[in-house]
Design a protein around this ligand. Structure first.
Ligand code: BGC
Length: 750
């Protein structure tokens, strides 16, 4: 059992953690020259912003997260330094963490990240990444947590507390509405304030108000006409005034666009450049356009964080290899509780009694996921692949025969910049098809002679990548065709998808006797998977997003809000234009008028994101939000509430009886949704408002209590610009997923 000692889920975090230093800070600012102040407001190096050596103020050292401490790089470039000691633990990526539905594990995760950050001498972790998964194709879906604001918020709070109670600062990213990668550097998100407040901002708000996050990273995009790094509404009014944020805001890398507006509207540090908050700012202050008091305030906000986080002298950092057993154990715990069993017609757990021949087919069986594509990865000490995990755990109890099956997509920087003639491209495609044919044939032969097939497919880190969205959620590399061929020779197929985001399962689902989603699951991913497959542990992950039947059903697609126009404005200058992933985006754009402008993203689906859309519109899904099976069964009964009527400041307390009626110990994630019966404003059909992960052994029963503050049911009134109560009759719906409600109870809000 993982020790969560030090987890103080209920300890209130006060702004005073940062404000306590203000008097001292005023003294320091009084001694600083204008040049020294301005020097703190932009990058010193790629991942460093300056302190004031003369006054003993250390530099601020940032580390890319969010799922492992990034390797050491050249001061002013992206190339690694080739150290040995910077090999870190690769933690399961965001959607995997979210699939645990466990704030406690998120806390442990933050603890692990902080320990490794401090070991490496870092002050601020660039994470957690907590944008809402608005589109299934979003390039960073794997990095983000969930389509649901409540689940995202609970995990963001856990992660942030875990980081900050272990000596490092967290930097919440990307604030806000960075929900697509295509054109992220130019896109203007047009969103209603109600959807913004109720869907997109809650994870940030909770991590600021409840976990006291010290840092926030402003996103690349614009929101309602203003760049996020100079957005008065987002940074000054909401973040600082409404939520009481006392810390520092840094820009995303190359995401600053102005001097005066950026400083005035709330940005503290321009990263990783000095184009706007360097000499230009100095000039603006000298010319009287920017008051020095404003510079002082921005410096003050940085110094608060600097004072709260003790710097680590360079000679004390990086003495040994970063990744350590306690963190590796956390990575295992998270991975093992993240794996989602979508379907099981009796093939799992694997029956090893007669030493079966197991065909392991699919390139993801030996694919590592710590790095790839564009963007932050982890130079990890080790990563157990699914094949390694299986061999290590059951190599002596089964005969494992591996066939690669398909040619995986591989992203390479060299390829990205290389222009190919049409003939060269054709030749390349021909060679690839030939290779695929040979691999498929081999796989079919191996499958035909096996007792059971474990098909290990899904996406990889070249398919899902920062900087570009996918054009489809179809399984890449011809996996569907391959699976059909395998099914023709051996119907006993267990499919394991190693993806960080949704795939279209229309072909795979009926062909698979059991189906697992096992994520980009960290250094220990292969061990965790083997333990689930063999029944050492019961699977217990739950989907943090809806798996739609098809991409076109999902809200932004159905309404023609996404994709918009031609891709071509990534901050890293069209780096991906050669991958061919953008062509379809261009084609589809012609289909409707709204999205012809590639630089405007309309969010006309408003709050109907994810299951809110599917439930409200009564659309079928492949698997609903919150779904996940175990190796046992649970019975829900006796839902009661402590009262029938609640005032606006009350807490609704729900109790039910949960019983493990099967034969394996397992975790159930009990979920409580709220449906409004006679509201005065429009609402989604239901919204997640509480959940609890409960472990029960066979036959064991437990009374489970869930709490929902009536205040958490408020809506944002756009006219009044305020949170309002919608006091009405509501139905509390308790179940195992958004599509599996077992118990209902009506209560009145008065
Ligand atoms: C990403 C950030 C990341 C930064 C530094 C940006 O492109 O959007 O998430 O922290 O680069 O690597």
């Amino acid at each position: 059992m993982l020790m969560l000692a030090g987890c103080s889920a209920n300890r209130p975090v006060h702004r005073s953690a940062l404000l306590q230093f203000d008097r001292k800070i005023d003294g320091i600012i009084g001694q600083m020259t204008l040049e020294e102040k301005v020097n703190m407001l932009h990058a010193k190096h790629m991942f460093v912003s300056a302190g004031v050596e003369r006054l003993g103020i250390a530099d601020m050292i940032y580390a890319d997260g969010p799922f492992g401490i990034r390797e050491e790089m050249q001061p002013d470039g992206w190339a690694g330094l080739g150290w040995e000691t910077d090999k870190a633990t690769f933690f399961p990526t965001g959607s995997a963490l979210a699939a645990t539905w466990s704030p406690e594990l998120a806390y442990a995760y933050g603890t692990g990240m902080a320990r490794e950050a401090r070991f490496r001498g870092k002050d601020m972790i660039l994470g957690p990444a907590i944008n809402i998964q608005r589109i299934p194709t979003g390039g960073r879906t794997y990095e983000y947590l969930s389509e649901d604001p409540f689940l995202s918020a609970r995990l963001a709070v856990g992660y942030t507390k875990g980081v900050q109670e272990n000596g490092a600062a967290a930097c919440l990213k990307h604030y806000a509405l960075n929900n697509q990668e295509n054109n992220r550097g130019t896109v203007n998100v047009i969103v209603g304030e109600r959807a913004m407040r109720e869907i997109y901002l809650p994870p940030f708000r909770a991590a600021v108000e409840e976990a006291g996050a010290f840092g926030v990273m402003a996103a690349y995009n614009k929101v309602n006409g203003w760049w996020c790094a100079e957005n008065d509404l987002l940074l000054n009014k909401i973040l600082r005034d409404d939520w009481g944020f006392a810390g520092m805001v840094i820009s995303d890398w190359n995401g600053t666009h102005s001097t005066v507006d950026a400083l005035k509207n709330g940005l503290n540090v321009e990263m990783p450049t000095r184009k706007f908050l360097g000499d230009a700012l100095l000039d603006s202050v000298k010319a009287g356009v920017v008051p020095e008091e404003l510079v002082n305030q921005r410096v003050r906000e940085i110094l608060r964080v600097r004072m709260a986080i003790a710097p680590i002298p360079a000679e004390e950092a990086n003495k040994e290899i970063t990744s350590r057993p306690p963190q590796q154990k956390i990575a295992y715990e998270v991975a093992s509780k993240a794996i989602v069993l979508l379907k099981n017609e009796g093939e799992l757990p694997l029956d090893l009694t007669s030493r079966p021949v197991i065909a392991v087919i699919g390139a993801n069986a030996e694919q590592t996921m710590a790095q790839g594509g564009l963007g932050a990865g982890v130079k990890t000490l080790y990563e157990i692949t699914p094949l390694q995990g299986l061999k290590a755990k059951i190599g002596d109890k089964a005969e494992i025969r591996y066939a690669r099956g398909y040619v995986p997509e591989v992203f390479s920087y060299a390829d990205m910049f290389r222009r190919r003639s049409p003939e060269e491209k054709e030749q390349q495609a021909r060679e690839k098809a030939e290779r695929a044919e040979i691999l498929a044939q081999e796989a079919v032969e191996v499958a035909a002679k096996a007792d059971i097939v474990l098909f290990m497919g899904g996406n990889n880190r070249s398919v899902e990548t920062e900087g570009t969205d996918r054009t489809t959620i179809q399984l890449p590399s011809g996996q569907e065709g391959l699976l059909r061929k395998i099914a023709a020779v051996n119907p006993r197929i267990v499919t394991i998808l190693t993806s960080g985001a949704p795939n279209d399962l229309r072909v795979v689902q009926p062909l698979s006797k059991a189906l697992i989603l096992s994520w980009f699951n960290g250094s220990e991913g292969g061990n965790a998977l083997a333990d689930v497959l063999t029944g050492q542990i019961s699977p217990s992950g739950r989907l943090p997003f809806t798996l739609p039947v098809k991409l076109e059903d999902s809200p932004a697609y159905a309404l023609g809000n996404y994709p918009q126009g031609k891709k071509g404005a990534d901050v890293f200058a069209n780096l991906v234009s050669e991958t061919g992933k953008t062509d379809k985006t261009e084609d589809q754009a012609g289909k409707n008028k709204l999205n012809e402008d590639p630089h405007t993203a309309y969010y006309s689906e408003e709050s109907l994101v994810g299951y809110r859309w599917f439930d409200t519109k009564n659309l079928p899904v492949m698997y609903p939000f919150g779904h996940g099976l175990t190796y046992t069964s649970f019975e829900y009964s006796g839902l009661s509430t402590d009262r029938d009527k609640y005032g606006k400041n009350d807490m609704i307390s729900l109790t039910l009886e949960l019983k493990n009626t099967g034969s394996a110990t397992a975790d159930e994630v009990v979920q409580a949704y709220v449906h409004r019966i006679n509201p005065s404003v429009e609402w989604p059909a239901k919204e997640l408002k509480a959940f609890s992960r409960v472990t029960l052994s066979p036959g064991e029963s437990r009374r489970v209590t869930l709490e929902i503050p009536v205040r958490s049911l408020q809506y944002w009134d756009e006219k009044l610009q305020a949170w309002k109560d919608d006091l009405c009759h509501i139905e509390l719906q308790v179940g195992a997923s958004a599509g599996d409600i077992r118990l209902r109870k009506e209560v009145t809000l008065k």
